[in-house]
Ligand binder design. Structure first.
Ligand code: PLP
Length: 393
């Protein structure tokens, strides 16, 4: 029997420089970063065993990498899913997942106000390949269910991430199963801590790990979680061929930052509600779009809330002057990190109109999206208050 240690293959390649390395994790508290593109084989037999699927081992990091695998296993576990697959971005996960299930002539039922680049993927890419997209008011459960028969996919986002419209995942998931429609939910806002779509009958869950899972504004990453059969289909049909794999280092960043997810989410939930309640109480604000204030069954699946929501300001407020007057709260499009941020819809409405989801489904130019980061709610409120004074006409 061959007793040679695994890493002996290094020695054969570079005889003078090698110190034997034990092939284990040394009980490291933080997982190692396997910064390698390829994995070596001891023999023809081992290679054939792995190629044929008789035994499992990473081959090449565009497919599997041990550090990325740890993240995939962890997210699958958190979502109560059998399997998960990581991508280089949330959009990488969204595109590969949808492409694994649709072909020409297939119909996708989705919600109006869906994430802006998912909308562009539908309009610019999928439509070119003859896929039909139905945009429905997701808050209207009856209309959503009526659109399902004959559809291939239902693509949901509870809540949507500009106007925070809710969908009843339980009712839609149940009806979709009856009609053989595969359901996908973008769960980036609630995270696996505050909403588990799979537990209420949804098939696949998407995460923009660039947001709360990563939580530090230091990486762009995405994941999809679901049944082994569904993830196998994504792996078999699309994942290795579009090449949107996550790097080991970025997987490691997300893994590290997951350790603080419960603490961060508790802050975003509490501080978000405190700021939203304050906004709700002042005259300059005409509407606060936070799921906590909605009367809708789509709330039932939340165990807590994200800190991202929108509000509309009255005609007395000059939107540009308001965002320019903010000091602690900065202007920026992403969310989920430590920074508190605003995005005025007025600026987003200036993006070319034909693939502009905000223009298409009517977002008011009085809308301002606020990401309550890791700042104290009192400090965010003080900043908003002084900006309202400056921006009042
Ligand atoms: C940012 C975002 C995405 C896309 O994620 P990327 O990592 O930027 O590609 C998808 N859905 C929602 C709700 C997002 O906010």
């Amino acid at each position: 029997m061959n007793e040679t240690p695994r890493f002996d293959s290094y020695r054969r390649a570079i005889p003078d420089t090698l110190i034997p390395v034990r092939d284990d994790l040394f009980d490291a508290a933080v997982p190692p970063i396997y910064q390698t593109s390829l994995f070596l084989f001891e023999s023809y037999r081992e290679l054939e065993d792995v190629f044929s699927g008789r035994s499992k081992k990473p081959i090449y990091s565009r497919g599997d990498n041990p550090t990325v695998r740890l993240l995939e296993r962890r997210i699958a576990q958190m979502e109560g899913a059998e399997e998960a697959r990581a991508f280089s971005s949330g959009m990488g996960a969204i595109a590969a997942t949808i492409l694994a299930f649709v072909g020409p002539g297939d119909r996708i039922v989705t919600v109006r106000h869906v994430y802006s680049d998912a909308f562009r993927f539908f309009e610019k890419v999928l439509k070119r390949f003859g896929v039909i997209i139905d945009y429905i008011d997701g808050t209207d459960t009856e209309r959503m269910i009526a659109a399902l028969p004959g559809a291939r996919l239902a693509y949901l986002e509870n809540p949507t991430s500009m106007v925070f419209e809710l969908q009843d995942l339980t009712a839609i998931g149940e009806a979709a199963r009856r009609h053989g429609v595969v359901t996908i939910v973008d769960n980036s806002w609630a995270t696996p801590l505050y909403q588990n779509p799979i537990a209420v009958g949804i098939d696949l869950v998407i995460h923009a790990a660039s947001k709360y899972l990563g939580g530090q504004s230091d990486t762009v990453a995405g994941l999809v979680a679901g049944s082994r059969a569904h993830i196998d289909r994504i792996n078999g049909e699309v994942f290795p061929y579009t090449g949107a794999k996550l790097s080991p280092f970025e997987a490691w960043l997300v893994l590290k930052n997951l350790d603080t997810l419960p603490l961060r989410m508790r802050h975003h939930h509490e501080a978000g509600l405190e700021v939203a309640s304050w906004l709700n109480s002042i005259d300059a604000v005409t509407n606060v779009m936070h799921p906590a204030f909605a009367e809708h069954p789509g709330k039932r699946t939340f165990k807590g809330y994200g800190g991202l929501f929108s509000f509309e300001v009255s005609e007395q407020i000059d939107v540009a002057a308001f965002v320019d007057a903010l000091r602690l709260v900065r202007i920026g499009v992403s969310w989920g990190g430590p920074e508190s941020l605003v995005v005025p819809a007025k600026a987003a409405l200036s993006i070319s109109p034909e693939t502009n989801v905000f223009a298409r489904f009517g977002v008011s130019d009085r809308t301002i999206r606020l990401n309550v980061g890791l700042h104290d709610a009192k400090n965010i409120i003080a900043d908003l208050e002084q900006a309202f004074l400056v921006a009042t006409r």
